[in-house]
Design a protein around this ligand. Structure first.
Ligand code: SF4
Ligand code: SF4
Length: 328
């Protein structure tokens, strides 16, 4: 990797922990040429290109969103069906499960348990190792958008929030993204200090997974309160500013080969991708003049949800597996 890419890689990690994005100082020669060319394009031509981009966007399908929703619903239903029919395909819940006999333990939960017990538990390591390998291969925060049941509910709540915001009935209270890192540390310290996995009691991921399988309890009210907060006060607040699971899987995603790739040359910079993204800071590279190279990998906080791939009118954002050709 060149020094430009090394710097970008480190920056993306810092941004995931909550640092603000900023305009890069170093660019590759090729990127400088493309940026110059784009600057020379007159405003009217750019506006026309932007209008054309919007027209093309209307014609695009929501292919990745549909695939993702189908996968998320299928994975969560598999738990429900296995329990209801007492078949041993996928037993347990998202926090800890057994898939045809293989132990799977959620990384964040395993970490919390070990912090609470203050030692490394060998049995947990085996289940965690399988899950770690799986999510390294599949993309870290892919867990969020392709598996987490709260993500789906929050996506629907977000649509309601955006509708109300358009009608000027609500506004989005933007918070400091560093909060999520602070919460991660607080929950880790709470586990150490109390000997309990405090976070598990309030994790909407675990609450919803258990509610689906074993039936809802009072804890579901907490999830409803979170959704209410997101609809009326702050867009996608839990996943953006609080959830430690998202940050844990984000760290896993640093070394993942599955990512979204951005191509500078075909981009109109109309920003449709940033409007649909849960973590728009990862797409700072699409802002005019910001891409450090003509091809840039999107950072590890990306949930690989594919909404930007669906939204991009010019195909400038695609999924790829590092070292292999693009997925779509
Ligand atoms: S950030 Fe947390 S709640 Fe949000 S999708 Fe990821 S795991 Fe689920
Ligand atoms: S960058 Fe694209 S794939 Fe990643 S989270 Fe944002 S919209 Fe989803």
């Amino acid at each position: 990797m060149s020094s430009v890419h090394n710097k970008r890689f480190v920056d993306q990690i810092m941004v995931m922990f909550g640092r603000e994005t900023k305009k890069p100082e170093q660019f590759t020669e090729k990127a400088i040429q493309v940026h110059q060319l784009k600057r020379m394009t007159n405003k009217e031509a750019f506006l026309n290109a932007s209008k054309e981009a919007h027209r093309l966007q209307q014609l695009k399908s929501q292919k990745w969103r549909n695939r993702r929703w189908a996968t998320l619903i299928f994975a969560n239903l598999l738990f429900v069906i296995s329990f209801a029919l007492d078949i041993q395909i996928l037993e347990g819940a998202l926090t800890a499960s057994r898939f045809v006999g293989f132990h799977l333990i959620d990384l964040n939960s395993a970490l919390q348990v070990m912090l609470a017990h203050k030692h490394i538990i060998n049995n947990l390591l085996i289940g965690t190792g399988t899950v770690l390998l799986l999510w390294v291969l599949l993309g870290g925060r892919t867990f969020c958008s392709w598996i987490c049941p709260y993500h789906l509910l929050a996506e629907w709540a977000e649509k309601l929030h955006l509708y109300l915001a358009k009608k000027k009935l609500v506004t989005d209270q933007v918070m400091d993204r560093r909060l999520r890192t602070v919460f991660w540390v607080i929950f880790a310290l709470l586990a150490i200090a109390t000997g309990y996995t405090v976070y598990e009691a309030i994790s909407p991921t675990g609450i919803l997974s258990r509610a689906l399988i074993y039936g809802p309890g009072l804890a579901v009210l907490w999830v409803l309160a979170l959704l209410f907060f997101e609809v009326f006060f702050s867009r996608r607040a839990w996943c953006r500013y609080a959830c430690p699971i998202g940050l844990t899987y984000g760290v896993v995603g640093i070394i993942s080969p599955v990512r979204v790739k951005y191509k500078l040359e075909s981009c109109f910079h109309e920003g449709d991708c940033r409007k649909v993204c849960l973590v728009p800071h990862v797409l700072d590279t699409v802002i005019k003049g910001r891409a450090v190279d003509t091809e840039v990998a999107i950072g590890p906080d990306c949930t690989r949800c594919g909404l930007c791939v669906d939204a991009c009118p010019t195909g400038s954002l695609t999924f790829e597996v590092k070292g292999l050709s693009k997925l779509m």
